[in-house]
Structure formats: C-alpha cells, structure tokens
Design a protein around this ligand. Structure first.
Ligand code: ATP
Length: 234
C-alpha cells in the first residue's frame, strides 16, 4: 500500500485490568473506504477514539498522516447555534457563511442554514454532522455508527450520499457499523475486530453503486466471522 494514511502497530489498550485491544495492526490507504465490524464490546469505538487522538493512554504506535474528522451516532450539534454556525464552528473561517452554505448544499440542506438544530429530523441532523466533518477536508473520516439511529429508508439514502461525498472529497474512511449490508455496499475492505485485534479481512472489488445482494458470499463469510449462523434468529 503506497503511503497509508493510518498506520497502527502493535496497539494495546487497557481499561484498568481489562485489555480491550491487543496486538492490533492496521493500515488504511489514502482514499480507501474501510468498514469495521465486530461484536458489541469488541473495542470498535475504543479504536476510533485512539485514531481520533481522543485517547492517548495506549501502548504501541499509531500514526495518522493528515487531518482527522469524526461523525458519531448522535450528531452532537450545538443547539444554541444555528445550523450554518455549527458547520463552521472551530474553523479559521468561523464566520464564513458561504463556506457553510456550500457544505450544506452538498448534503442537500441548503435551505436549512438558518434553522436551529433541534428543529431538524434525525436524518437531517446527521447530514449536518457529515457536512461539518467534511468541511474540514479530512484525510481520514471516522464514522462511528453514523446511521445506526436512522430508519431503514433514510439509511439507504444516507449510503448513497456518503458514497457521493466520499467520491468528491476522497478522504480515507473508517466506518464502524453493526450492519453487514451497509459494509458490503460501501466499503473497499471489511475488517472484523475480535479478541482485541483484526481477526478477518475481506476485500470487495465490485464496482459501485452496489447492492448488498451482489456480495452474498462475502456476506456469509462476514456473518460467520461474527459468529452469526444465517437463517438463525438474530
Ligand atoms: N472509558 C472506559 N472505561 C472503562 N471501560 C471502557 C471504557 N470505554 C470502553 N470500555 C470498555 O471497553 C470495551 C469495548 O468498548 P467499545 O465501546 O470500544 O466497544 P464497541 O465494539 O464499540 O461496542 P458497541 O458495538 O456495543 O458500540 C467494553 O467492554 C467497554 O465496557
């Protein structure tokens, strides 16, 4: 892989006596879209926090070559600032309405610039959160279950939007999700986290836009990695 954006070597993370990550190695290429799956409690969010620089009490080495933006499951907008001000908050041009409007247009919310965050639907708030992440033109975009709280139709629309935004801005993406189909549709590579490190990797070569059904074989393998038997109740 030519000059990866993310290089993690022998990462270990403990909370007290509890080891959550151990002997974890990971490379993410520039512009690569990687999905991270793993059972609840396997350490996915912990790894994202380390990569975001929010947790530095670690062993091993991690390096991120460039800027990082994060979008979480909850959009985390400041309710006392209008939508457009949330977008540019913390930027050097934090008064630049034109910058905010351009970002809002990209997520198809141009007409919502002057709204208050609490008047937005869940899907709209999540799109504002994406615009806020992308306006920083990150080299690495960390997405922690950003669509988990949305209804199924909104989630499908978000997949298309994220794919478009990814193509336009070309960040490397690390998407944490519980949704295997989401990973199959969006990712270049699916990683499975277990026992503190990456226990399986699946490379997806199919052209986009994709349907999850295009990848039935990988789907079965990922589900098996996660310990799910197809046909059995979830
Ligand atoms: N600040 C903390 N202090 C102590 N333990 C923590 C802390 N943060 C996470 N943990 C523990 O680390 C483990 C991994 O948590 P993490 O949130 O990374 O899992 P996850 O794979 O993202 O789970 P989920 O899919 O349920 O969101 C869990 O057992 C959790 O209880």
């Amino acid at each position: 892989m030519a000059s990866p954006v993310v290089e993690v070597r022998d990462l270990a993370k403990k909370f007290g006596d509890r080891t959550v990550l151990t002997r974890l190695n990971l490379d993410i290429g520039r512009g690569e879209f990687v999905a991270l799956l793993g059972r609840s409690g396997s350490g996915k969010s912990t790894l994202l926090k380390v990569l975001a620089g929010l947790d530095q009490e670690i062993e091993g080495t991690t390096s991120v070559d460039g800027t990082v933006s994060v979008a979480f499951q909850q959009p985390r907008l400041l309710p006392w600032r209008k939508v457009w001000r949330n977008i540019v908050l913390g930027l050097r041009q934090d008064n630049d309405r034109a910058v905010a409007e351009k970002a809002l247009a990209e997520v198809r919310l141009a007409e919502h610039a002057d709204k208050w965050p609490l008047t937005l639907s869940g899907g709209e708030a999540q799109r504002v959160s994406l615009a806020r992440a992308l306006v920083r033109e990150p080299d690495l975009l960390l997405l922690d279950e950003p669509f988990g709280a949305l209804d199924a139709l909104t989630r499908l629309a978000m997949h298309r939007l994220v794919e478009d935004l990814w193509r336009t801005h070309q960040p490397a993406v690390l998407l944490v999700t519980h949704d295997v189909d989401e990973a199959l549709v969006l990712a270049d590579r699916i990683l499975v986290l277990g026992e503190g490190h990456i226990v399986a990797e699946h490379v997806l070569g199919q052209p986009r836009p994709r349907k999850a059904a295009d990848n039935a074989e990988v789907r079965s393998r990922v589900l098996a990695d996660l310990g799910v038997t197809e046909g059995a109740p979830a």
